[in-house]
Design a binder for this molecule. Structure first.
Ligand code: NAP
Length: 277
């Protein structure tokens, strides 16, 4: 059987840990595969993905800034991708059609529960951010049975747009960033902003958002997660977890979709943490 080919498409993409993760999973499971990182500009994205999947590519992951376009180019969508309107997993089906799925939310919940030992059900949750990752996180948190969800975003209009898409007015509230100081403490605070990725100064968060039982989770990892996790520790939060485990869970989910085998995410995460700064 010829080597199966997979890829992650992004712009930029050189920093992506996906090739390393899929190589680790391939080693664990003895599956022969090649996994590339392909840099495609927004203009080239659709052509590059189609030519990859129409030749010998079996599947692809998609990262920033292409997740909405990935949804748009697919022929069929899983229920979750359909709700979110974005996709991070593309699969070439046996009949040649392209399937789009979004497993970011599932990856976040799996990591929250398995490694961070945080159960969102019944909690009052503050979600920081209203971009693509926040959208996946918000659907997942509401589906998991949070008691309430407050969305705060630097650009208020985007928070309102997210709330409209979530369509759960009984459990959902939008808060302007400037009004966070007046908010009551939360049981869980999830950071889904990209603050800290570039060299901008991180936003100021009032310590009054936290109590000693407050759990915190940052979708970012590495240096980008530093400011939020530092804030959480300084505010005395009970737990402060980064999103590297979420990345590993979403990669494991893609691997399982493509190969029918669930790889050992814990082992891969351990290997990754040992090599990252
Ligand atoms: P995005 O769509 O570009 O959204 C970025 C969000 O961050 C927006 O809400 C934006 O607010 C906010 N933001 C950016 N800089 C800020 C600042 N200085 N202060 C306050 N808010 C700021 O990005 P995304 O795809 O949602 O990704 C968000 C983060 O999640 C990234 O760090 C990404 O690496 C991470 N992520 C992790 C995983 C994982 O597997 N662990 C998966 C997906 C994403 P405005 O609307 O005001 O611009």
């Amino acid at each position: 059987m010829p080597t199966q080919r997979y890829a992650v498409f992004g712009h930029p993409v050189a920093h992506s840990l996906s090739p390393r993760l899929h190589a680790l999973f391939a080693e664990q499971t003895g599956i022969d595969l090649e996994y590339l990182a392909i840099d495609a500009s927004p203009e080239d994205f659709e052509g590059a993905v189609r030519s990859f999947l129409e030749t010998d590519g079996c599947g692809a992951n998609v990262t920033l800034p292409h997740k909405a376009r990935a949804f748009g180019l697919a022929d069929v969508h899983t229920a979750m991708a359909g709700r979110l309107g974005v996709a991070n997993v593309l699969t070439r089906l046996p009949d040649g059609r392209i399937e789009a799925d979004s497993n970011d939310g599932a990856g976040m919940l799996a990591d929250l529960r398995a490694r961070c030992r945080i159960e969102p059900r019944g909690r009052d949750v503050l979600l920081l951010g209203a971009g693509g990752a926040a959208r996946a996180a918000a659907f997942a948190l509401l589906d998991a049975g949070t008691q309430s969800l407050v969305v705060a975003n630097r650009t208020l209009d985007r928070a309102h747009a997210l709330a409209a898409a979530l369509a759960q007015p009984a459990r959902l509230r939008v808060l302007a960033w400037g009004d966070l100081a007046a908010a009551a403490p939360f049981g869980l605070i999830v950071n889904a902003t990209s603050a800290g990725l570039r060299h901008d100064s991180p936003p100021a968060l009032p310590r009054t958002l936290a109590q000693p039982h407050t759990m915190t989770y940052d979708l970012s990892y590495g240096p980008a997660a530093g400011w939020f996790l530092d804030w959480a520790r300084a505010a005395g939060c009970a737990r402060a977890c980064d999103g590297l485990g979420m990345l590993v869970e979403t990669a494991a989910g893609s691997f399982e979709r493509w190969h029918g085998v669930r790889p050992d995410a814990d082992a891969a995460l351990g290997a990754l943490r040992r090599t990252l700064p």
